[in-house]
Structures are given as structure tokens and as C-alpha cells.
Design a protein around this ligand. Structure first.
Ligand code: BES
Ligand code: MG
Ligand code: ZN
Length: 507
């Protein structure tokens, strides 16, 4: 595991095993070039020629390691390419995150116990320095994540390394706060990833509920949980329909964070928690069932966000609501053509039992409005395969009819790297979920296509008063290719976005 720390010592005053350099295409440092002069003076006079000989030109995505000897022990110089740095600043910031990701990967692979890096020039990245430090810290933790629990060889996760950031002494207090926040957010993102990466034979509705309870006890959140019986009392026909097919009883879990401030607004987070999505009676073909352990990633994000919020203590109230179920076929499972009634009295015709996420979310949205009167509801779900076709793996689908919340989410997402992109919530899509026999149908008519948007229209039936945005993380929650700081498996999509949205919330 990594530990990130601060020092006011100058770069070369740190006696460490690794020295990290972020270089542009002209092979100049993006921080302070004195870092490099020292290598040329004491170790490699021909440094730039050596780099060129090894085809390291500072292009983005390149990395190179040079080993030297100091006082009879080995030290490593780790060079990371940063490209030309003339793109839009939010792209440069993303490239910086990936460069840090590559550096952490190298530290781990070479088992470097401690390494030092200079904080680069913040002007390139359009952030004030404390924000930049926060980004570097949180992405270092995210890059360090491994899911090796069920591997005999745990080499990577057993790595213990220190990444030391050099800062000026007079700024240390400010940066200490950045360090703290970055660590909380990075570790919370990894917590969400741990939940999601766990397969459904270990992570059941009951076991995830237990994990949520542990967090509540540790950080002083209110924890509520109920199962089938209470759900029936509330009239949660959506939750019960999905839950009915499984031998594992579903759990409806609520985590509450209350601030001291009177009359503070409440933000509700609602996350889809299908611990395994077989499709139910509308059984998925095997090839499409692979990865369906990740179908509780929305709930993982909500619980992990509450884990961060409990520590960061914002001056608003936050409630995290996660319906947890397993979608299975059985003699008790809900069937196609069934008609169910939700907590708000609306009815839906089940056209496909594999469109189950929206059924549990519908009741959870009702529950949020009824008991918390939130100013804003953000729901997050691995809801539709269609979202993968619309946006791929790098952008979460954002659907909202509230322009202010939508604009804020998108802006925050581009800075945090936890990116979202809007899809149109136009009235034209609304008719797609008409039903001949119930108020609405649980999936859009095929001739309308746009399954991601029609799913959002379905959900809109269950929000009355709150400003509401829906996030579809079917593409971003796991298996994202080509990003150095992610690796395989879950990404914790939405944790960074939610935390920043909440911490910056103003009406
Ligand atoms: N969990 C899936 C969505 C999904 C698919 C997430 C692929 C990640 C990768 C969801 O429950 C589902 O099966 N949705 C159906 C809806 C359809 C039946 C209207 C889908 O997208 O095919
Ligand atoms: Mg799982
Ligand atoms: Zn499904």
C-alpha cells in the first residue's frame, strides 16, 4: 500500500530510493529544471542523450527508468513523459493524473520503498496549488489499488511505499488539508472498488449491508436497514419484484450524515445495488452475464461517498440510499407481463425482467422524497447496456432536466477526471415507455432505441419535488481500458464526482 506524505525538504535533500521527473517533449521538467541538472552533474553527464538513445522523447505515455549507485546502494530515476502541454487545461490535468498513475505503477513494479516528486507548476493545470496537491494525492491512492484478495501471489498489494511531495515550508499547513482530503477521497474510491470487485458469492445484499453498518459505526453515521417484510409494508413493489427470485434476501440500506447547521439542505444519493444481475426470467445469455457482479457499483459508490462525507464533514445533510438485491430466476421470480405497484402508487408492466435496476431505484427515489425532502437527488446505476454504445467507457451518462445541477456536475467532472456527458432528456423519448395495461412499461419500445434515455424517463416518474440528475455508469464502473491509474476491474466511478459536488454545494 502507498502512503503519500509532504516534506519541506528540497527535492534532492531527500535520501530516497526513487526520484520522479515529469518531462515535456523538449525534455525539460514541468517543475524545476534544477532537479535534472543534479543528475547530469553527479550521475549521468549525458542524460539527455541517454534518454534519446532509449527513445524517450517526453511524449505523453512514455516512461523510462535509469538506475544509479549512491553510497553503495541503488537509486532509481523515473522519467515520465508529459507531451507538449499545450492542450486545454482539463486535458492536461487528466494527463498529469495518468502520469502520476504511471509513476506509481513503476514504484510498485520495481518495489521502490520511497520516492520523491516536486509539485509541478500549477499554472499549466488551471488549478490553485492546494487543489493540485489534492489531485496528486488522491490519484496516487487510486493508482495503488489492487484486487488480489483471492490470489495466492499478493506481491503488488503487499508493496509498502512512500510517495513524498516536496512543498514549501510556509505552505505546509494548507497542503496538509489537501493531503488529508486527497487521502480520504482516494481511499473511499478504493473502498467502492473493493465492494464492486468482490464477486456475488462473497458480496451479497446482507454482506454489503454489514459493510455499510461498519462504516456508520466507525464514523458516526445513522444506519438503517430493512428487508422484505418492511419493504412490503412500504409498498415497494419494485424492490420486491426483483428481490423475489433470489434465496438471498434483499436489504434496503440507508446511511445518514447530518451536519450541525440548522435548516441545512439535504442531498440524497441513490445507488443501484444489484449484487448479481442474471437477468432473471429474461435470463441473459452467458456472454452478457460476465461482469454482472459489478451491477452493484452504484450502491458501492453511494456507500463509499458516505464514507468520505462522514470524514470531510460538509455543512449540508447527505443521505445515501441503496436498495441491495440479487436478480435471479426461480419459481418465485417476477415474470414478464407481471404488473407491479411502486411505493408512490404508480404501476408498471414488466416487459423484461432484465430491466430490474430501474425497478429498485424507483422505490428508492420514492423513499428519498418521502422521508428526506431532499433539495437534490443524484442517482447512480449501471443501468443500461445501451450507455456503453452511446458513450463507451470514459464518460458516465448524465441525464437531468435541471440545467444548473447538470452544468455543475459536468464542470466538476471535467476537473476531477470522473467524467460525465449529457444525454438529452427530451419529451420525445417519453412515449417510449407507454404501456397498454399499466401506467408505464419497464422498458422502452424497441423502435425508440436510446435505451439509456428511456430508462431515465422511467425513473422520472418517481421524483416529484427534488432537483434530480441520473447517472448511468454502465460503461465507466469497470473494465475501463487504457488509463494508467485504473488497471483491471472496478473504477469507483462517481465517488470523486459526488464528493466534489457535495463539498462545493451552494443553492
Ligand atoms: N445491468 C444491466 C445493464 C448493463 C449491461 C450494465 C452491460 C453493464 C454492462 C441492466 O440491468 C440491464 O440488463 N439492462 C438491459 C435493459 C433492457 C432489458 C431494457 C439492457 O441494457 O440490455
Ligand atoms: Mg460485486
Ligand atoms: Zn438487468
Amino acid at each position: 500500500m502507498i502512503n503519500v506524505s509532504l516534506t519541506d525538504k528540497k527535492f534532492w535533500e531527500n535520501e530516497v530510493e526513487g526520484y520522479i521527473f515529469l518531462l515535456k517533449e523538449d525534455l525539460q521538467s514541468i517543475g524545476n529544471n534544477d532537479e535534472l541538472k543534479k543528475i547530469e552533474k553527479d550521475f549521468y553527464p549525458n542524460l539527455r542523450n541517454i534518454l534519446k538513445k532509449h527513445k524517450f522523447t517526453g511524449k505523453f505515455g512514455q516512461s523510462f527508468v535509469l538506475t544509479a549507485t549512491r553510497d553503495n546502494s541503488l537509486i532509481q530515476f523515473v522519467f515520465i513523459g508529459m507531451g507538449k502541454l499545450q492542450d486545454k487545461w482539463n486535458i492536461e490535468l487528466e494527463n498529469l493524473r495518468r502520469a502520476i498513475g504511471s509513476a506509481v505503477n513503476i514504484l510498485k513494479k520495481l518495489d521502490i520503498k520511497n520516492a520523491v516528486i516536486n509539485i509541478p507548476d500549477e499554472k499549466i493545470f488551471g488549478l490553485v496549488k492546494p487543489r493540485l496537491v489534492r489531485q496528486i494525492v488522491l490519484i496516487s491512492y487510486i493508482a495503488d489499488y489492487e484486487f488480489e484478495k483471492y490470489k495466492s501471489d499478493k506481491t503488488l498489494s503487499q508493496w509498502k511505499g512512500e510517495l513524498i511531495l516536496c512543498v514549501k515550508k510556509e505552505d505546509e499547513q494548507v497542503y496538509a488539508q489537501s493531503l488529508k482530503e486527497g487521502k480520504i477521497i482516494g481511499q473511499s474510491t478504493n473502498l467502492a472498488r473493493d465492494f464492486s470487485d468482490l464477486p456475488a458469492n462473497y458480496l451479497t445484499p446482507a454482506s454489503l449491508a454489514e459493510q455499510a453498518k461498519k462504516i456508520a459505526v466507525q464514523y458516526g453515521l445513522q444506519y438503517k436497514v430493512f428487508g422484505r417484510e418492511k419493504a412490503a409494508e412500504y409498498g415497494m413493489g419494485g424492490f420486491l419484484a426483483v428481490d423475489s427470485g433470489s434465496d438471498e434476501e434483499g436489504k434496503f440500506v440507508v446511511l445518514e450524515y447530518s451536519c450541525e447547521k440548522k435548516d441545512a439542505p439535504t442531498i440524497a444519493l441513490v445507488g443501484k445495488g444489484v449484487t448479481f444481475d442474471s437477468g432473471g426470467i429474461s435470463l441473459k445469455p452467458s456472454a452478457y452475464m460476465e461482469g454482472m457482479k459489478f451491477d452493484m457499483s452504484g450502491a458501492a459508490t453511494v456507500i463509499a461517498t458516505m464514507n468520505a462525507i462522514a470524514q470531510l464533514q460538509p455543512k449540508i445533510n447527505v443521505v445515501g440510499i441503496t436498495p441491495l438485491v440479487e436478480n435471479m430466476p426461480s419459481g418465485k421470480a417476477c415474470k414478464q407481463d407481471d404488473i407491479i405497484t411502486f411505493m408512490n402508487g404508480k404501476t408498471a408492466e414488466i416487459k423484461n425482467t432484465d430491466a430490474e435496476g430501474r425497478l429498485i431505484l424507483a422505490d428508492a427515489l420514492c423513499y428519498a422524497e418521502k422521508f428526506y425532502k431532499p433539495e437534490v437527488i443524484l442517482d447512480i446505476a449501471t443501468l443500461t447496456g445501451a450507455c456503453l454504445f452511446a458513450l463507451g467507457h470514459f464518460f458516465t451518462g448524465l441525464m437531468t432536466r435541471d440545467e444548473i445541477v447538470g452544468t455543475k456536475l459536468q464542470a466538476i467532472s471535467l476537473v476531477s477526471g470522473d467524467r460525465v456527458w449529457p444525454l438529452p432528456m427530451d419529451n420525445d423519448f417519453k412515449d417510449a415507455i407507454k404501456s397498454d395495461v399499466a401506467d408505464i412499461a419497464n422498458c422502452g419500445a424497441p423502435n425508440y432505441k436510446a435505451g439509456t434515455i428511456t430508462a431515465a424517463w422511467f425513473l422520472s416518474n418517481f421524483v416529484q419535488n427534488a432537483k434530480w440528475a441520473h447517472l448511468d455508469i454502465a460503461g465507466t464502473a469497470d473494465s475501463v481500458p487504457g488509463i494508467s491509474y485504473f488497471g483491471k476491474g472496478s473504477t469507483g466511478a462517481g465517488v470523486r464526482l459526488f464528493v466534489d459536488f457535495i463539498m462545493n454545494y451552494t443553492k
